[in-house]
Write a protein that binds this ligand. Structure first.
Ligand SMILES: Cc1cc2nc3c(=O)[nH]c(=O)nc-3n(C[C@H](O)[C@H](O)[C@H](O)COP(=O)(O)OP(=O)(O)OC[C@H]3O[C@@H](n4cnc5c(N)ncnc54)[C@H](O)[C@@H]3O)c2cc1C
Length: 371
């Protein structure tokens, strides 16, 4: 066992996964969380999809961790009884003009070694999802769905069983270097550590700045969801996506592990990382979007559900490199602090961060061990 002290900031799904992995090698692991419970922010305000890896630039961290994370999380869920479902998904072309984009997605996915991809016709979509309107679709068999809350609880329990300490309602406020150690000021007191991992999600740029790393800004991009009424449970078996937009994977249909039907998320830059509620889009907006996929949808089938906020590293009108990714949101950043070798930052852990959590945790812990 490594006897150095390791502090992880942020008990989202990524911080919990890092704690569970690190506690197998380090005897003193502390997980700090500013909120009362783990995973109260982005990690439980998402679609809960185990992504397959079709969207991301070849050789990107997102592609690598999505593919490895998908395999590892399936295994993890089986082993620890986390509720999940092997659904597969359709990415739908609504008319012939979208076929070229579908083909591009297929090629990107194949280049990334995503298994089992095929473009299928309208009849094949109807056999599986008879209520969905589609001209054709990309069938992605390795996409699945997981209960994110249960996954986070399981990761945290595992970390604690392996000896990690969880400190809820403990906000990191400042970091100072004293000799070789890091002095942490928190809302519940001060303490010292040898090693620090910044897994603070939306606030990772602020934690990085506490260490003197000024280069990054996290831009909040809100995603809103609607529920489709349970009387229409038979409208959807699994996951149905439109083609991705430059900002997101598109407003899609999800049947959750608990058999709720979700429509969303939208994607909109907002000014505050705390703004989950103001100026929500009306059900009419979701109706118009949802009818592209589900023509039978009616306004009284929809109720506003929850919102989540993506930690984007690219500003609203920033430069997008369309050649390298159809979702030009930048890659995950996992790097050692330039001034303090003992600090590792994770930034821009947007989708597919849930899928990637155990795989990202392995990369982070390998870096920490090398310190
Ligand atoms: C709308 C939406 C849909 C998505 N859908 C999917 C999906 O289907 N599949 C998928 O794979 N991914 C999806 N994602 C992405 C996924 O949810 C995230 O990548 C993942 O949850 C990131 O986890 P995290 O632990 O890095 O961040 P977070 O969950 O944000 O956790 C960070 C934690 O750090 C804490 N913290 C912050 N600052 C401090 C501080 N100073 N001191 C102490 N604690 C602090 C916060 O309170 C928080 O709990 C989606 C995201 C959104 C917004």
């Amino acid at each position: 066992m490594d006897s150095r002290t390791l502090v992880i900031v942020g008990a989202g799904v990524v911080g919990c996964a890092i704690a569970a992995e690190a506690a197998t090698l380090f005897s003193d692991v502390y997980l700090l969380e500013s909120r009362p419970r783990p995973g109260m922010l982005t990690s439980t305000r998402n679609s809960g999809v185990l992504h397959s890896g079709i969207y991301y630039a070849h050789n990107s961290r997102k592609a690598f961790h999505c593919l490895r994370g998908n395999r590892w999380l399936r295994e993890f869920c089986r082993r620890y009884n986390v509720p999940w479902r092997d659904t597969g998904k359709f990415v739908v072309a609504q008319d012939a003009s979208q076929l070229a984009a579908l083909e591009q997605l297929l090629q990107r996915g194949q280049h990334n070694d995503v298994p089992g991809l095929e473009i299928v016709d309208q009849a094949a979509v109807s056999r599986r999802e008879p209520h969905i309107r589609a001209h054709a679709a990309l069938w992605v068999p390795s996409a699945a769905i997981v209960n994110a809350e249960s996954l986070i609880k399981t990761l945290l329990r595992l970390a604690q069983d392996r000896g990690a300490a969880f400190a809820p309602q403990t906000r990191l406020l400042a970091v100072e270097t004293r000799r070789d150690r890091l002095h942490l000021h928190t809302s519940t007191g001060d303490f010292e550590t040898d090693l620090l991992v910044n897994a603070a999600g939306l606030y990772a740029d602020e934690v990085a700045r506490m260490c003197g790393e000024e280069r990054y800004t996290v831009y909040p991009v809100r995603g809103e969801y609607c529920h489709v009424h349970r009387r229409h449970l038979d409208w959807l078996r699994g996951l149905v996506y439109p083609l991705p937009t430059p900002l997101s994977l598109g407003i899609h249909l999800t049947r959750t592990v608990e058999d709720a039907l979700l429509l969303g998320p939208t994607a909109r830059y907002i000014l505050s990382k705390e703004d989950y509620e103001q100026d929500l889009l009306p059900p009419e907006f979701f109706l118009a979007e949802g009818r592209h996929l589900l023509p039978d949808l009616q306004l009284d089938d929809l109720t506003l559900a929850y919102t989540g906020i993506r930690p984007k590293l690219i500003p609203e009108h920033g430069t997008h490199d369309h050649s390298s990714s159809p979702v030009p949101s930048g890659d995950f950043i996992v790097e050692r602090d330039l001034r303090h070798r003992s600090v590792i930052h994770l930034l821009g852990i947007e989708s597919p961060g849930l899928t990637a959590c155990t795989s990202l945790a392995r990369e982070v812990v390998e870096l920490v061990v090398e310190t």
